[in-house]
Every structure is written in structure tokens, then in C-alpha cells.
Design a protein around this ligand. Sequence first.
Ligand code: ZN
Ligand code: ZN
Length: 374
Amino acid sequence: MIERSQFEAAYLGRQQRTRRLLADSDIDVALISLGRELPWLIGYQAMPLERITCLYMDAKGTTRLIIPKLEAPRVRALPGLELVPWVDGEDPFELLGSMIRDSKVVAVDDRFMSGWLLPLMGRAPRVSFRSATAFLNPLRRQKDALEIEMLGLAASAADRVAERLIRGEIAVQNRREVEVAKDIGDALRQEGHSGVNFAIVGSGPNSASPHHEPSSRLIVPGDALVLDFGGTYSIDDEPGYCSDTTRTFVVGEIPEGFSELYEVLYRAQAAAREGIRVDMSGKEADLVARNVITEAGYGEYFVHRLGHGIGLDEHEDPYLSSDNLLPLEAGTAFSIEPGIYLPGRFGARIEDIVILEEAGVRALNQSPRELVVL
Ligand code: ZN
Ligand code: ZN
């Protein structure tokens, strides 16, 4: 069990790294509102209301949360965090404007609503604004020990759902995709997730659609079955970390041509887990799996990037994609999820969340990847 004190220490450590980066980047103030940077920094997720909640941080050490007074009781105390409540009828932009008016450069997160930024710009006309999200991404990419532990707990909980499926404890044959999706969602909660983010159930020809929305189609013998699911795993009221895993099955009997496709996919996913290294670019990492698939003749059927970063967000930096030329760093978390999709026939995907370490990739998901006939 992770204690509150460990979360507190993690928030304070991240604030310290942020302040150092502020000083090094010539940014006077960071303003964080609805973005995940807020729970990452103070463990509090703002309600997406029209009333503004905004964290003010400067390099000198001031950390204050401007918050509607009625929301303030939800914030848990943190050393050094000052609460500045505002009440209906007050002008929060005048308040915020007075705090930043003499600054040169202020960074705001990408979820800072234009309905807030525009009046704020009016109150502080000489300030130049930048993206705090872009500025904080390099820090948020680096997962600290607590985040790696949380991602591991989330992945293990998702693995237990995959294992229930493998054991046949969640029936699939002669049931509708939506029914199976509901059972997977229920199982994610039973295994400790606080929320279900998605449960993709693609059967038969639907398995060839990577982001298929579960439908009323009956799952029948001879179907390929792609199950991609994930949720949010949290401890007490601390912000939750995401799980995301995919396993592919066949129902009753293996459709013709599917074993060959799956064997190539399995090799490609293993090659990526074994071959991706620190300092490879996102593009090079993508190619480790893509080359195996292309050489086997399925290149045109692998229609998406190899993976995405994961943490407080389902999709975040870094991306394993042909347009990411930045080197992958040790301490980052991402998915490895190649897929092959033959339109009108069937598709398959295998997805694990992994941590990139100096020695290579360590998979957090450990449920069996071999093709299982349900
Ligand atoms: Zn997924
Ligand atoms: Zn994914």
C-alpha cells in the first residue's frame, strides 16, 4: 500500500523540478488549470467548470491555488501550497492579472480555456504567453518511482481481467460485443480500477477496425476477437494512473489465414519489446516492429503508430511514431501495440504497457500473448 506521505513527497519533488526548469527557461510564472499537470503537481484535479481553478507557480517558490471558494474543501493540504479562494461576484481574472502583470513570460497549460485566457490577457497586456504543457512534457515524460509503481498496479489489474478471459470466465461465444464490453468494464472495476476508460470488443470483420465501437453483433465460432481495454487505477483520493492492454483471441476455431497473420504480429511485438533501446528515436522504435510486419508482406495493413506514452493521461508523450524524431529516454512509460488489419476479414493487435530502462524494455503487462482459442 502506498502511503499519503509518499504521494506528498512525489508532488513536492515534481514542484521542485518544475521550479528549476522555470528558472532555466526564463519563464516567470506557470499557470495550470484543467490539464493533468495540476494533479501531477499537487494531487488535485480541478472540476471542469466555468469557474476558474488555477495553480500559480513561480521560480522563487510561491505555489498558490486560485480556486472557487465552494471547491476549496476538496483540496488536500500540501506543505507550501497556499489556497486563494474567490467567491461568485468577484473577478478572478483581476486577481490573477494582478499576480502576473509585472511578469515578462507566463506559461499556461493547453487546457486553459480561451474564455479565461482572453480576459486574463486583457488584464496583463504586456505579458507574453507560452505553452506550459510543452514546457512540462519533458518532466512529465520521466516517471518517478511512485508513478512507475502506480502504472504497475494498473497494468496488473488489467492483466487479471485478461486472465479471466483466457480462463473462459467471461463468456464470449454467442454473445453480443456490447455485452462482452460491459463484462470487461465490470471486471476492470472488480480488479481495482476506479474508472473504466474504454473496452473495445471487435469480433469477426469488426476486429479489422482498430478503434471499433462495440456493437450488437453476435460473436460466433470462427471469429477473430480483438479486446482492448483500460481504466484508471487510483489509491484513496490520489490521481489515478491509466491501464491499457490488448489481447487477441479466436472463437471456437481459427479462421483460415489467421494463424500466419498472428505469428507475424507476435514476432513483431516481441521484437519491439526486445529491441527498443534508450536513445532510439520514436520513429526508429516504431520501425523495429514495422519492419517485421513489412517483410512478411503485411506492411500496408499496420495502419497506426506503434505506441503512445501513458500516465495520468491515456495518451501522452512519448509517441512511437514516424513523426517523432526525439530520442526515447530511460524512465518513460509507453505502449507497444502493433496491429495487422485485413479489411472485411479479420485483424489482430497485441498491446503491453512498458517502462523503458537503461537495459531495455520492461513490460508491465504480463498476461499470456500466445493465441488462445476461446
Ligand atoms: Zn489499447
Ligand atoms: Zn494504447
